[in-house]
Ligand binder design. Structure first.
Ligand SMILES: [Zn+2]
Length: 545
């Protein structure tokens, strides 16, 4: 479960929510938070020109290694005076420093990886001489590509004081589109007085160029990264009513953008499946809750038999209400991603009337499907990731939305695996999920198919009742603390059992037992694991594989 945090505006580069309230009451409704603090420069307001091997247009100032060709005549620009260019950052969701004090930061020192083919914000920050006179300054980003092409992008900023990362976004800003972010690209930034202006003051030493020593190389992690989602509208038929989310293209787009903004991907692929009819109670109660829905989704996925990378997410618009405090639920905290554990990629959540209403919970539950545990913030989170590096669930570095252009402050933003509001992706989460996404995308690229191994899977619900079915899968004996004994006509068959908690599940458990061919004729199976001891009769197992 998680709470959605909603930034109330989507203006370009505005700081979203220093005002963070925690949500310890575990309520399933979305908290809104985040005060829009300021608006500022539009990163798309600059001018961009892409040229083939044209001359470096900035020949004045003596710091350029310009080449001369038959391109257009160079524009005469003077380096900006009384100003230094100190720092350059890059941001695809979490900020990375490229240049500090004029010196290029080597790629191995980046706090997160920068990936290929993703919309990317670069920013430049300055310091001023005491007698700087407020005025427009032109920041020019020059990018050279391995194929010999060059991109120049100008951003004019009114400079009246020191630069800052946040509120006011007093920085130079350049936005690169996905196809402009490729391996081997180099970058350099120079600050000029706008054309035709006569500026007072002195040129700083060194002049406002970064990196100082020469073009910097953007260290890019170049692998395909994608997430594939099947949204399953749950058609809830209960007590004479039918309640089904009406999922429009716009709803899908909102959910897609929420996932893309907070995950290291080049793209996401969404499919809206035919609705799944569900006729049990969803409300709190002995037979209600989300884990029976998860069991239904798991059998649906097993029957559909999609590629191993594909996530199934159920959208719930219940006819009889919801368990209090529960916004969504994942089938477990997924293990290491393999081609054989596609059954770990199942979760569900409240529709809340729209894709926007569903998106926050969706991102959190997919996080559990990506092996993520909770991050402590409100204090209500159970199953904490002790390795999370930032106190209070803070994101720790500046965040930036590639679709909504919102900024998120290091101390105000909270990781999306917390229960707090103002949620965003941290540098830690970015790196963590990148590992998972790379493996799963690798399956897509290689066309990897799962083995024919079968497991007996089960969900034990809060009231002790359970659903059992068979699906593709394997259980690594090293991760299984339990045992199982199948009763068969040929005698007992012993194997391991893996029992894992269901997040937000209290006593709910997800069980997997390898089902060898020799045990297919079972009459019953006894499963024992820490906290679990039960007997399952063959008649209660739904055989899908
Ligand atoms: Zn959770």
């Amino acid at each position: 479960m998680r709470r959605a945090s909603v930034c109330l505006a989507s203006l370009l580069l505005f700081a979203c929510g220093d005002d963070v309230s925690s949500a310890g009451d575990d309520s399933g409704t979305s908290g809104t938070s985040g005060s829009e603090s300021s608006t500022s420069g539009d990163p798309s307001a600059g001018t961009t020109s892409t040229t083939d091997d044209t001359a470096d247009a900035s020949t004045s100032g003596g710091a350029d290694e310009s080449s001369t060709t038959d391109g257009p005549p160079p524009e005469e620009l003077e380096f900006a005076k009384d100003i230094r260019l100190d720092r350059i950052t890059v941001n695809q969701a979490t900020q990375v420093t490229l240049v500090a004090d004029g010196i290029e930061v080597p790629g191995e020192d980046y706090n997160t990886r920068v990936i290929t083919g993703r919309r990317t914000l670069l920013r430049g920050f300055w310091s001023l001489h005491a007698n700087f006179e407020p005025r427009d300054i032109l920041g020019r980003l020059t990018i050279d590509y391995p194929d010999g092409t060059r991109l120049e992008q100008d951003f004019t900023q009114f400079v009246a004081g020191e630069s800052s990362d946040g509120a006011g976004a007093a920085s130079f800003q350049w936005l690169l589109e996905p196809d402009e972010v490729v391996p081997g690209m180099t970058y350099r930034v120079r600050l000029y007085e706008p054309a035709g202006t006569e500026a007072p003051g002195e040129l700083s030493d060194p002049p406002p160029v970064a990196p100082l020593a020469g073009p910097g190389t953007l260290d890019i992690y170049d692998v395909p990264l994608q997430i594939r989602i099947v949204l399953v509208p749950v058609q809830h038929e209960f007590e004479g009513k039918t309640c089904t989310p009406d999922v429009t293209d716009e709803d899908v787009l909102v959910m897609q953008q929420a996932l893309e903004q907070t995950n290291p991907v080049q793209r996401t692929i969404f499919e809206v499946r035919e609705p799944m009819v569900y006729t049990e109670s969803i409300a709190e109660g002995p037979t209600g809750g989300f884990t029976p829905v998860l069991a239904a989704l798991a059998t649906l996925r097993a029957e559909d038999d999609p590629d191993p990378s594909v996530y199934y997410y159920g959208l719930l618009d219940s006819c009889d209400g919801f368990p209090s405090g529960l916004g969504g639920q994942a089938i477990n905290i997924a293990g290491e991603p393999t081609e054989n554990n596609g059954g770990d990629r199942i979760s569900t959540g409240r529709w809340n009337g729209s894709g926007a209403g569903a998106a926050g919970t969706f991102v959190h539950e997919i996080g559990h499907n990506q092996s993520r545990r909770h991050v402590r913030c409100s204090g209500g989170e159970a199953g904490i990731d002790a390795a999370y590096p930032h106190a209070g669930g803070r994101i720790g570095v500046w965040g930036f939305g590639i679709h909504d252009f919102e900024l998120h402050t290091p101390s105000g933003g909270r990781d999306y695996m917390t229960y707090c509001s103002s949620e965003w992706v941290s540098d830690y989460s970015w790196e963590y999920t990148l590992e998972i996404i790379e493996v799963l995308t690798g399956f897509d690229v290689a066309g990897t198919t799962p083995s024919d191994d079968v497991v007996l899977a089960g969900l034990i619900h809060e009231d002790g009742s359970a659903d059992w079915w068979t699906q593709r899968g394997t259980v690594d004996p090293d991760t299984a603390l339990g045992n199982a004994r199948f009763e068969t006509p040929a005698g007992p068959v012993d194997t391991v059992a893996r029992v894992r908690p269901v997040p937000h599940g209290h006593s709910a458990r997800y069980v997997e037992v390898p089902l060898p061919a020799s045990a297919r004729s079972l009459s019953a199976v006894d499963i024992s694991a820490p906290g679990t001891a039960l007997r399952v009769g063959a008649e209660s197992i739904r055989v899908i594989r």
